[in-house]
Write a protein that binds this ligand. Sequence first.
Ligand SMILES: NC(=O)c1ccc[n+]([C@@H]2O[C@H](COP(=O)([O-])OP(=O)(O)OC[C@H]3O[C@@H](n4cnc5c(N)ncnc54)[C@H](OP(=O)(O)O)[C@@H]3O)[C@@H](O)[C@H]2O)c1
Length: 292
Amino acid sequence: MKIAITGANGFTGQHVTQFFANKGFQVHAISRGAARFATQSPIQYHSCDLTDMPSVEMVFDSIRPDWIIHIAAMSKPDECHVNPENCLLQNVQATIHLGEAALKYQSRFIYFSTDFIFGENGPHGEEDQAAPLNFYGESKLQAEIWVKQHIPKYVIVRPVFIYGPELPGSRPSFIQWVQKQLLQGNSIKVVNDQQRTPTFVNDICEGLETIIVENHNGIFHLAGAEIITPYEMAIEVANCLSLNPNLIEAVDSSSFPEPVKRAKQSGLKIDKASKVLNYKPHSFAEGVRKSF
Ligand SMILES: NC(=O)c1ccc[n+]([C@@H]2O[C@H](COP(=O)([O-])OP(=O)(O)OC[C@H]3O[C@@H](n4cnc5c(N)ncnc54)[C@H](OP(=O)(O)O)[C@@H]3O)[C@@H](O)[C@H]2O)c1
């Protein structure tokens, strides 16, 4: 089985790439710059700007994958807000390029979306009404709509607040930031009025494997099972790592005036993935312990 994975240099992409390579799949990792991870066999690395259709065509003509897992994105809401044109290019146009490559080479297509396509009143089910609160969510929704309209047997996965081990060359996730601050004895303020269902990155990998091996299609929420605030996550990190929880102060999101709106009550329901994929995510505490 030949799998092309985009965004392979990013946090999630690196994990997904290593996971499928370790499982013996033939993995073609794609990202923009040079590879920031070890690319020994069975991983073949391709540097490709997905906004450039001729480059996408050249790479996919050489790979002709069975499955494309499209993880690459402009993933920071603040960046998307400041540069909406570039956001549309990276998040929507690049997805169209990949979708067209999938159609041309008859590859199955998995698009990585987000809980940010929804507004308040989470946790949300797969078929809830989308109502993005910021431009990042809007761009990811536009890409979803294109995928649904053009790709037969599409797959859309939606994770939330992804965390996990920091791989060499990868960026840290929230839990590494908390660990670093507490180890240095720094006090931190963390919001306690935003509910999320944080996702352990290994659970996403397991969910993707089941989707591919069992040949599923449709939308799947691959998230954690617990509804928890970032403050509660930080306390859990302190407890799991025996660090000082008294350094963590709970604050309202109004303490951090941000350019983009974020839902207070977000999170995703995972009933469908549990039933159809037998998806069994780790608890947040288990995920943290497995990350260090
Ligand atoms: N992080 C979360 O908590 C979260 C939550 C829900 C959904 N998601 C979704 O999950 C996916 C992964 O998120 P992440 O946070 O792991 O991402 P990330 O760390 O920001 O990595 C994204 C990667 O995409 C690549 N990329 C961006 N534009 C590209 C282009 N034009 N051509 C080629 N590669 C390009 C970048 O490659 P280079 O580094 O090589 O430039 C980057 O490494 C995204 O689709 C995001 O929307 C994330």
